[in-house]
Write a protein that binds this ligand. Structure first.
Ligand code: ATP
Length: 230
């Protein structure tokens, strides 16, 4: 198509030692919107996420990103520093992104503004004291410190209550409406279908189908592919 790509993968394979995690993946992530990558345990979602992020070089094939694209990844399990405060978690991310001084102050203020008030009011508290959903929101905020154009979020719903899943997804949807490109790695086809503009089903390391969740034919094929790879 003529759509502008945030990132594109061409013939990507990835293996960990002898274990093939991805094979023959061709995938374009357009700029703007939410793309869901759906698959069962071990389908290769996290591997695909890290390759899209650019931190894991594929064993084979190519990754091409738009010029100047800034990417951030919220890893599965969040990887927060639980004994550090909310503010310190954000500062560590800023430090890693090379943000200092007045810029750091401005980024912290902006990110704090993005947080729900109940977190904004507890910036000095240890991250361990937050609920799972609140920790997920903090992990997303931490990724926002680097002002990404492309945000990849690995299974944010894991272990959250349905209400918290809704809140996290509403926030990701808002970021997309503000122009960010979001890739959501998801185990649940239903959740991805309701949150994403486009869904890619990954089965045993390959893309089985791709389509728009508004299309009932696509949903039927996606469900089939999720389980059978067809
Ligand atoms: P999950 O939902 O369980 O995280 P996933 O869809 O994210 O699964 P990946 O984590 O990408 O899938 O894993 C794909 C395959 O690669 C699996 O067979 C997994 O066991 C294997 N794998 C992933 N990471 C490694 C690693 N560091 N070393 C060896 N094998 C790995």
């Amino acid at each position: 198509g003529t759509e502008r790509a945030a990132v594109r993968l061409d013939g990507v394979d990835h293996a960990y030692g002898g274990v093939t995690a991805l094979h023959g993946v061709d995938l374009t992530i357009p700029q703007g919107g939410v793309v869901g990558v759906v698959g069962a345990n071990g389908a290769g979602k996290s591997t695909l996420g890290r390759i899209l992020h650019g931190t894991l070089p594929p064993s084979r094939g190519k990754r091409a990103a738009a010029q100047g694209l800034r990417t951030a990844l919220v890893p599965e399990g969040r990887a927060l520093f639980k004994t550090l405060s909310l503010k310190e978690n954000l500062e560590v991310a800023a430090y890693a992104a090379g943000i200092k001084g007045a810029d750091l102050k401005a980024r912290l203020a902006e990110t704090a503004e993005w947080l729900p008030p109940r977190l904004r009011d507890r910036m000095g508290m240890a991250a361990a004291g937050l609920s799972g959903g609140e920790q997920q929101i903090l992990a997303i905020a931490r990724a926002l410190m680097a002002q990404p154009d492309l945000l990849i979020v690995d299974e944010p719903a894991l272990g959250l209550s349905p209400a918290m899943v809704d809140e996290v997804y509403a926030r990701l949807g808002r970021l997309a409406r503000e122009g960010m490109t979001v890739v959501l790695l998801e185990q649940s086809l239903g959740r991805a279908a309701s949150a994403c503009h486009e869904v890619v089903v990954l089965h045993e390391g390959g893309i089985a189908v791709r389509g728009e969740p508004g299309d009932p034919m696509f949903l039927a094929r996606a469900e089939q592919a999720y389980f059978d790879g067809q």
